[in-house]
Every structure is written in C-alpha cells, then in structure tokens.
Write a protein that binds this ligand. Sequence first.
Ligand SMILES: Nc1ncnc2c1ncn2[C@@H]1O[C@H](COP(=O)(O)OP(=O)(O)OP(=O)(O)O)[C@@H](O)[C@H]1O
Length: 266
Amino acid sequence: MTPAVSTVGLTRRFGDFTAVQDVNLTVAAGQFFGFLGPNGAGKSTTIKMLTGLLAPTSGTIEILGLDATAHPLEVKRQIGVVPEGLALFGRLTGAEYLRFVGQMYGLDRALTVRRTTELLEFMGLANEPKKLITDYSHGMQKKIALAAAVIHGPRILFLDEPFEGVDAIASGTLKAMLQGMIARGATIFLTSHVLEIVERLCSHIAIIDHGRLITHGSLEELRAGVQTAAAPGEAPEHLTLEEIFIRVVGSRHAADAPARELTWLG
Ligand SMILES: Nc1ncnc2c1ncn2[C@@H]1O[C@H](COP(=O)(O)OP(=O)(O)OP(=O)(O)O)[C@@H](O)[C@H]1O
C-alpha cells in the first residue's frame, strides 16, 4: 500500500546550521504516528517541510505517493495541519475563520456552514460567537486551529503539539476525535512532549535528535530495542514510552549535561 508519508534524505539547513539531516521516514497509511525528540531536535522543521510550509534544502517528500514539491496543491487538499505557530486570522470570529477556511478548500457554502457549526460545538467554542480569535485564550486558539485543520476531511493530519495548553476535558474530546479519524482510515502525524498521551494514542514512533532520526518503529519494536535482557523466569521489563525516550535520548545527552545543581537557589 502507498505510504501516507515517505521521505528520502530529507535535509534542511539554516545558513551553516543543519536542523534536519538526511531523514528517511515512512509512515504507513492509517498509522497514528508519534514524532518525538528533545527541544530543538528538528521536529517542527520536519513538519513544516512535510506540509509545504518550508522548502527542504535537499531530499524528497512523497505524500500519499505524490511528490510534494511537484504537486503542492494536490497534497494540500489531502492534508490538514496545526503548525507550531498556529497562523490564525485574529480579526475574524471563530465561525468567520472556519467558513473562510472551508471555502478555501472548495467546500460548498452549505457544507461549510454545517461543518462550521458542528466543529464550534464539538470544540466548545459555540458560546461566544462574537469573540474575535485574537481575544481567544491560548487553548481556544489551539482548538480553532484544529477545527480549521479538519474542516475539509483530510486523509492525513499533521499536529505540532496539539494538546499543549488544552484543558483536560477538551483534551479528552480531541483524543476521541483523533481516534475516530484513525478508525475511519486517516493517518495522524503528531509531535508532543506529553509522552503519556503519545503512548496511549500512537502505534508507531520515530525519535529525532540533533536533526537525525535515531529510531523508528512500532512501540513494541522500540521497547524491544532498549529492553535489558530479562533473567530466566523473570518477566521482561515493561518500559513506558517516557522510560524508552529517556534511555534512547538521555544517553546521547549525558556527556553535554551541565552541572545539576544551582547552588545559589536556597
Ligand atoms: N528559521 C530558522 N532559522 C535558524 N534556525 C532555525 C530556524 N528554525 C529552526 N531553527 C533551528 O533548528 C533547530 C530545530 O528546530 P525545531 O523548531 O525544528 O525543533 P523542535 O524539535 O520542534 O523543538 P521544540 O521541541 O523545542 O519545539 C533548532 O536548533 C532551531 O533553533
């Protein structure tokens, strides 16, 4: 089956600095994929390239079998994105913004209006219809960005830190929505530092560090990769994703860790 996302040698430089280096990544269609890494590892830069917000320096990207550079519009029709910086139109109300986005995707007016109403209610944003997006709280802005990313029914959803700043109740609703999309055959590509959520939602994981992909596979494969051999008769350790992440990434950073005590603090 054609992968949802496939990159070969994906690289992005900013001047002399290489933010993403030679990344070969495959995400099968229908996967709930978690893209992890420490701060500054290259996650947002990679998502921006996959979604056409940033040009790669070199390498290729295929989205659902389409070359993303050669077919940018076809690709954009199939994907939804909640980028790092959200990029909303603050002077519009939530409803105005969703109607605008729906029409940009070519949905007819009646469908756009229907989905706008459904999405605002679903996200708990229907109570203050006159409020401008610029006056939304951070969590509300995340929700309207997510609503805009799904209004056209994308086959792949790219989410950069979707749960950051979203309250527990809304986060439960969002998780249910994402799981529903997966059940109906969509692919979700997600970055998050909340590893507990990633562990609960994602079946496949990649970890990037200093711009390079360091591991890539199902959660079970990652677990097996770092598992210490169990003694005969002893059950193998059941490592959480957080423990796996710390073992894989932490060991690479141990050498450059600063002194662990701030003696002037009390
Ligand atoms: N426009 C830019 N110009 C120069 N450097 C950049 C630019 N964008 C990103 N970088 C650098 O590229 C590296 C990767 O950044 P990126 O935002 O992709 O990291 P990230 O993994 O998303 O981090 P975080 O988890 O902190 O959001 C960082 O060192 C960052 O400073």
